[in-house]
Ligand binder design. Structure first.
Ligand code: SF4
Length: 386
């Protein structure tokens, strides 16, 4: 078996990425779902061939890291045997679909997702950038508007609305036309020069180019910001993981309970389950302070990090008042949380604090130690009106 290929910033299973702590493999489970056998199999593979904590990403994928040159050629066939690897790199990199995890078996979401995956892998499909993705948000109300996607498909009173991320208008479609419309919008992205925009994302293009007429006809309806639920929901039971870190032992235990759906909110939905046993690492209460922190891999796993992130985020969580989130980033790229919030960024001269911004925003305080950061957050918490 050949050695894995070094990639820039969007790993897959067939195309892993080399980090400081070994190869990173990203699994895109079909329909964002793991059968019990698949979940059990991933847990076993992670325990043997990777770090024994699996990461849930912001696009509801799974990431294994810390894989050696020797173990990758054994891990990959294991994932293939579980039905979790596409036929080739082209199919893997194009199947960038995020499904709202509350789909029902008879609501058409899975049929749309399969049809879209087929269309994206067709020979005539546009050659989209690696991060370009589609959100299938086909429940009664949209829940994915704050999740990363370039083309959004939502259910509406008259069928479906297909629209470009960043736009306030879209095109109405009946179920049989949704995929063709989404592909037309993807083709427009390429033809209009989206690939040449700095971020290669739809919202950047929409900010500078008029959309084709048919995608300007219908306003995107307003919707309240979705608060990801925890606990019992009609489709099963939702439990979250601190920083999206899912220990292999916990995954193995969940696999004994039910099939799993992955969410973009660092949580898992156990299909058809009404209650779960008290497993370590699972967060089931919305007021749990561990839900308030975001952190990327940081040092030593990421070569671009100027400092550790996750231990610091855990230590600072206790100082965050209810409703305040904290993002600790190893560098100004801010992989873990692009949206503005209270942010700490590691630098070669200490940690910078940004009162409200993303990792690239100007710092309010620079060169802080972890202890000084804790003091700042404590003072800030006391100054926050109740
Ligand atoms: S934000 Fe920077 S340090 Fe953190 S994972 Fe991304 S590139 Fe690495």
């Amino acid at each position: 078996m050949s050695s894995p290929r070094i990639q820039g910033w969007c790993p897959g299973a067939l195309q892993p990425m080399l980090a400081e702590d070994g190869w990173v493999v990203r699994i895109r489970p079909p329909l964002g779902r793991l059968t019990q056998a698949q979940a059990r199999g991933i847990a076993a593979l992670a325990s043997r061939f990777a770090q024994d904590t699996v990461e849930i990403t912001g696009r509801a994928n799974l990431q294994l890291r810390g894989i050696t040159d020797v173990d990758y050629p054994v891990l990959l066939p294991g994932l293939q045997a579980l039905g979790l690897v596409d036929a080739d790199i082209r199919a893997e990199s194009r199947r960038n679909l995020l499904l709202a995890p509350f789909w029902q078996a008879d609501d058409g979401t899975t049929e749309l997702a399969n049809a879209l995956a087929l269309a994206l892998n067709a020979p005539q499909a546009p050659n989209l950038p690696a991060k370009f993705g589609f959100a299938l948000d086909c429940g009664d109300t949209p829940v994915l508007r704050t999740s990363s996607a370039d083309i959004r498909i939502e259910r509406c009173d008259s069928g479906f609305l297909v629209y470009a991320d960043g736009s306030t208008t879209g095109a109405l479609a009946q179920v049989g036309d949704v995929v063709a419309l989404a592909m037309a919008l993807a083709r427009w992205f390429i033809d209009a020069g989206g690939i040449a925009t700095p971020r290669k994302r739809m919202a950047s293009l929409v900010a500078s180019q008029p959309l084709p007429h048919r995608f300007t006809a219908t306003p995107v309806p307003a919707a309240a910001q979705h608060q990801p639920p925890l606990g019992r929901v009609p489709q099963g039971y939702l439990a979250a993981l601190e920083l999206g870190q899912l220990p292999a032992t916990t995954l193995a235990a969940l696999a004994e309970l039910a099939h799993l759906r992955l969410t973009p909110w660092r949580s898992v939905l156990l299909e058809g389950v009404e209650a779960i046993p008290a497993l370590p690492d699972l967060i089931t209460r919305a007021d749990d302070p561990r839900l308030r922190i975001h952190a990327c891999t940081g040092a030593p796993g990421c070569g671009q990090a100027a400092g550790a992130t996750r231990p610091l985020a855990r230590a600072l969580a206790a100082f965050l008042p209810v409703g305040q989130t904290l993002h600790v980033s190893g560098c100004t790229k801010g992989c873990a949380h692009p949206a503005p919030t209270l942010t700490v960024v590691a630098t070669t001269t200490g940690y910078n604090l940004i009162h409200h911004g993303n990792a690239a925003s100007p710092a309010d305080l620079v060169g802080l130690t972890p202890a000084a950061l804790a003091t700042q957050l404590q003072e800030r918490a006391h100054a926050t009106p109740l």
